[in-house]
Design a protein around this ligand. Structure first.
Ligand SMILES: [Zn+2]
Length: 80
């Protein structure tokens, strides 16, 4: 019984892990918009401030500001 249960459960565990990874990837790749119209795209990063592509908005340094209007991160809003 023990072996059968493991065989049934293992693929399910892998699936739920993959699903979590997928969700977190979507979280990471969320775009944020500044009131000035600039959109931070994690896939591109921000080369003007040395931000590598793939950097989540949440992972930007606290002193990162909008490259267009120097607004702080706090006033950015999530883009759907
Ligand atoms: Zn701005």
């Amino acid at each position: 019984m023990g072996i059968i249960n493991k065989q049934l459960i293992a693929p399910l565990q892998i699936c739920s892990r993959a699903a979590k990874l997928l969700v977190s990837w979507e979280e990471i790749m969320k775009k944020y918009e500044c009131p000035c119209g600039y959109v931070y795209d994690p896939a591109e990063g921000d080369h003007t401030q040395g931000i590598a592509p793939g950097t989540a908005f949440e992972d930007l340094p606290a002193d990162w500001t909008c490259p267009q209007c120097q607004a702080e991160k706090d006033i950015f809003t999530e883009v759907d």
